[in-house]
Structures are given as C-alpha cells and as structure tokens.
Design a protein around this ligand. Structure first.
Ligand code: SF4
Length: 427
C-alpha cells in the first residue's frame, strides 16, 4: 500500500497559528441547507428567522427556489418579536400546515437563526413537542444555523450532530461515513470500499430516514468533510471511534483516506493496490493536465469552509503550488491534523479572521491566486488579483479519484481566464 511521504522540511501540524478575531466576511450556517436538502430527500428545513434569512437562502439557492425546494422560512413578525403572540402556537400552526401540504416529508429540521436565538425561542423544546404530535410519520429535530453560532459549512455539522443522539443503538461492527456528498461521488466511494470487501457501511446523512443508520461501541467512523467538529464529538459520546485520515481530495488524499479504512478492516495490500491502481492512474493523469497552469504559482486562502487546509495540501503536493497563507474559520487537531502533517512547512496558518488585517497581508503578498468569498472576490479582482470563489468548492463534486482533475481545474480556470483576457487586451 502506498503511504504518503511527509514533506522533507516537516509539516504544518506544529506550526504557530495566527489567531485573529475581528470583522469577518463569511456565510452563516443557514447556507448548508442548500446542499443538505438535496441530499436528504425526505427532509424539510424550516428556518425560524427574519426576512434577512429568507433573502440569504433565496440568493444562495439561486434558480433552485423555483423547483419547490424542501426548505423555507417561518418569518418572525414584529408581533412575535414584541412577545405579543405565542411563538410556539404560531410555529405549531405553520408546521401542521406544511406537513399537511407535503406528506412526503419524513424529517423536519427547525433551524435556529440569529433573531430566533436573540429572542430565545426554545426550538429544542418545540422540536420535542412537534415530534410527539407528528410521530411516527415525521421526526422533528432542531439545530442552529445562525451567524452568531455557525460559519458556513458548520451548518451541516450542526445538522448532522443533531441527528446523532436519535440514531438507533447497535453493537455491530460497522463503518459509518460522515458528510453529505453528491450522490454520484457517494456511489464511487461505496464502490471502491465494496471492491475491497468492506460493505458493512452506513451513511450520515442517509438519503432517506428509512435507511437504518445506527451507532454504538463497535462503530468506526470516517469523515468525508473536514468541518465536522460537533458531529465528531457527538459520535465519540455514543462510543464510536474515529479513523483519522487526510481528506479524500486528489490522488494522494483519496489513497491515504482509503488506506486508513483498509488498515482498520484488514484489507490485504494486494487487494488494495488492485482496486486503486486504475482510478489512481486516471486521477494522476487528469491532475497533471489541469495542474499545468498551477505549477509554480502561489495561493492565499481566506477562511471560509474549513476545506482550506486539505485543499492547500492537495494544491501544494499534487499541483506544484506554493501556499502563502492558509486561513480556516476553525482548526480541529483530530480532524485537520493528518492534512497539516502533509502540508509542507512554510505558509502562515491562520484561524479566524480580522478581515482588514488579512486584506493588508494579501495585498502585500500579491499571490497568483486568492481563494475567498463572493464579498471579496470582485473587489480584489479590481485590484488586479486573481481570485477563486470559495463557495464553488462546496457545491461542486470534488472528492475522490474521478473528480481530482475537476478539482485542480477549478483552481486553474481563473488563472487561464486571466491569461486569455490579457492576451485579448494585448491584441
Ligand atoms: S441567521 Fe443570522 S447571519 Fe444568517 S441570514 Fe439570518 S440573520 Fe443573517
């Protein structure tokens, strides 16, 4: 089996981390609903919030809002805010109306927002009460997606963590794979593990509630996304054990991730190599092609999704880039550690944000590529920097071998576009 070689000058796991707290330019956790509702086909996400929250969902979802999506906002009106109406009676009525109209819904998430948290609506109690009213057909859970509590992808973490306490108990030795992946990527992952003879697999989130995902002392779990701090803790509280591994991005990350699971389940080396050889070769070819424009270029990550550290590892080791700064909203040693071990020493690792100071750093460094949110991308482009919108990395299939070339392509596209525009201007 192939073991990833640690960088000769050491990795970044023990590098000093620049921690800053100040003005932030990030999404709140409500945005997680956009991809979660597509994954969980019998779930509905009801945000209890303001018109601001509804607008955020509307603009983040783009054209999806015309496709009768399974999410919506119960808007808190002035009378609710002034405490003149019983918010719980209102909510019960809204939920009853919704479930009557949409009998296909089997799980309902009451999603907390800044306004619902500030006026302290007890959504946990509401979820318990509504679960009793609508059981057994509908399960009602609660989590917070507010900007006060959560940053962007943390919304998914909060959602999955809210499901862990209600998972059934099991003593079976099972592999639980955690993180919402596009169906096509999930199928590839299951096929690779299946070919190695590992098929006692459960998924969190499952596509439907009827899928009997369970957890117990013999459960081992692997994360397919790096933003799972709370879910990781909740699973450990239920007795499950984490298989630490780099995230499955690129050829190397995917191989190391699969290898950690293969070792846990005693898969023979020969089987592992036979299963991974062809897709690895394909991934390597695709990466080499897409990385042509990335080699020798520098990159700077603003914090956004917690994908930054594994992506920096992929881009430096497999695409020949140099990282100047790798910012992440949060760094969790048990989760990000294996990727930090492999990320060559050198870049400033930063956690949290004081956006003005970080903008000063990016202007001073003038990297070839800056990964940042939409709020910063166009202003930085106007200053002559080339940017990559971070949100695309969360919506696009980027995990495992078959997507490795596309992943590198997402970063090379803005560089190629800039070169093409320059050429056009010169002609
Ligand atoms: S939850 Fe908070 S940060 Fe998110 S849209 Fe609503 S008000 Fe804004």
């Amino acid at each position: 089996m192939n073991v990833p070689v640690p960088p000769p000058g050491g990795g970044c796991r023990t590098a000093p981390v620049l921690k800053q707290r100040g003005q932030r330019e990030v999404f709140c956790g409500l945005t997680g609903i956009i991809w979660l509702h597509r994954k969980m086909q019998d779930a509905f996400f009801l945000v209890v919030g303001s018109r601001t929250c509804a607008h955020l969902l509307q603009s983040a979802a783009g054209v999806m809002i015309f496709a009768e999506p399974r999410f919506g906002t119960a808007i808190l009106e002035e009378q609710d805010l002034a405490g003149m109406k019983d918010a719980h009676t209102e909510l019960d009525r809204e939920v009853a109306r919704l479930l009557e109209r949409r009998p296909d819904i089997r799980q309902l998430f009451l999603v907390g927002s800044c306004p619902s948290e500030v006026i302290k609506i007890d959504l946990a109690r509401a979820a318990e009460r509504l679960s009793q009213i609508h059981a057994p057909h509908v399960r009602v859970l609660n989590y917070s997606g507010s900007g006060i509590e959560t940053t962007f992808t943390e919304g998914e973490d909060a959602c999955l963590a809210s499901m862990v306490p209600v998972l059934k108990d099991t003593v079976a030795r099972e592999l639980l794979l955690v993180g919402a992946l596009p169906d096509v990527v999930e199928d590839q992952m299951l096929a690779l593990l299946g070919q190695m003879g590992i098929d006692n697999i459960r998924l969190l989130p499952a596509r439907r509630i009827d899928d009997t995902t369970a957890v117990g002392p013999n459960t081992v779990f692997a994360l397919t996304q790096p933003f799972m701090g709370d879910t990781h803790a909740a699973l450990i509280r239920r007795g499950a054990r984490h298989i630490a591994a780099p995230m499955p991005f690129g050829d190397e990350g995917t191989t190391a991730w699969l290898r950690a699971i293969a070792l846990e389940f005693g898969v023979p080396d020969a089987t592992f190599d036979a299963v991974t050889a062809a897709p690895r070769a394909r991934a390597r070819r695709a990466i080499a092609q897409a990385a042509e424009h990335l080699r020798g270029k520098s990159i700077f990550f603003f914090p956004d999704s917690q994908l930054e550290i594994p992506l920096a590892r992929f881009l430096t080791r497999e695409c020949g880039m140099t990282a100047i700064e790798v910012g992440s909203p949060y760094i969790h040693d048990a989760i990000h550690g294996p990727d930090l071990d492999l990320l060559p020493a050198g870049p400033q690792i930063s956690e949290g944000q004081d956006v003005d100071l970080q903008l000063d750093r990016v202007r001073a460094a003038r990297p070839d590529l800056t990964v940042c949110g939409l709020g910063l991308a166009n202003p930085l482009e106007a200053e002559g920097l080339t940017t990559k919108w971070a949100i695309e990395l969360v919506f696009t299939p980027v995990h495992f071998y078959e997507q490795a070339g596309d992943l590198a392509g997402l970063f090379s596209r803005p560089i190629r576009r800039k070169a093409a525009l320059r050429l056009e201007a010169a002609q």
